[in-house]
Design a protein around this ligand. Structure first.
Ligand code: AP5
Length: 210
């Protein structure tokens, strides 16, 4: 069974997808992480994606489809995948349906993490990432262990004006997916994401846990 985590930038998809992958024995497929890794390594994909990401725009669909398909074909994804940051618009959702059908996989549920906009902006300005593990921290709500604090980095797209633009892109392109999945009769669960990280995780596990 595969699972989609939907939510605005900063809602906690990356945080929760890592925790859920560990708890449920599933593979996290985070298109944003894959793209940032490519940018860091200076690959052709990274060079193509960087300008879109820095501007808070979506990277072209054709680039994303290849990434997702390769990630799903790894042995680690056989037991189930948690999609974080994908799909991002209706064409991506339609393509995912096609890929899952071809591979004989089933989309079990969509979990929407709801967080008020002012909280999102505060979260993204305090976010720090560990470039070695990809783990995400927050300077106040979720500080990193002292021994790794020195290597943490801030994302280029976490400047306030870019954050506001990413939120607009989310409302216009990604939020309509909630209705898309409701119409497709895939179970859609809403979870309040402005509570502690553990509470949010426990609620998602109780909704989708196998
Ligand atoms: P992506 O990396 O997917 O970013 P996003 O969707 O904008 O989401 P974020 O990573 O900003 O937030 P999150 O929900 O994961 O929150 P997090 O857990 O980090 O995409 C980046 C860019 O890549 C896009 O703009 C686009 O250009 C491109 N891209 C990616 N996928 C694409 C696709 N499919 N198609 C086209 N383009 C694509 O949490 C945020 C902060 O809050 C952290 O500091 C965390 O510690 C803290 N926090 C989390 N939960 C809590 C809590 N419960 N309480 C307090 N603090 C919390």
């Amino acid at each position: 069974m595969d699972l989609i985590l939907l939510g605005a930038p900063g809602a906690g998809k990356g945080t929760q997808s890592s925790l859920l992958a560990e708890r449920l024995g599933m593979e996290k497929i985070a298109t944003g992480d894959i793209l940032r890794d490519a940018v860091r390594r200076g690959t052709e994909l990274g060079l193509e994606a960087k300008a879109f990401m820095d501007a808070g725009e979506l990277v072209p669909d054709a680039v994303i489809f290849g990434l997702v398909k390769s990630a799903l074909e790894t042995p680690a994804a056989e037991a189930g995948a948690i999609f974080d940051g994908f799909p991002r618009n209706v064409p991506q959702a339609q393509k995912l349906e096609e890929i899952l059908d071809e591979m004989g996989r089933t989309l079990g549920a969509v979990v929407v993490i709801d967080v008020p906009e002012e909280v999102l902006v505060r979260r993204m300005s305090g976010r720090r990432t560990d470039p070695e593990t990809g783990n995400v921290y927050h300077v106040e709500h979720n500080p990193a262990p002292a021994e790794i604090a020195g290597r943490l980095v801030q994302r280029d797209d976490d400047r306030e004006e870019t954050v506001r633009h990413r939120l607009q892109v989310y409302r216009a392109a990604t939020e309509p997916l909630i209705e898309f999945y409701e119409s497709a009769e895939v179970p859609v669960y809403h979870v309040r994401g402005d509570r502690s990280i553990d509470l949010v995780r426990d609620e998602i596990v109780s909704l989708v846990g196998r």
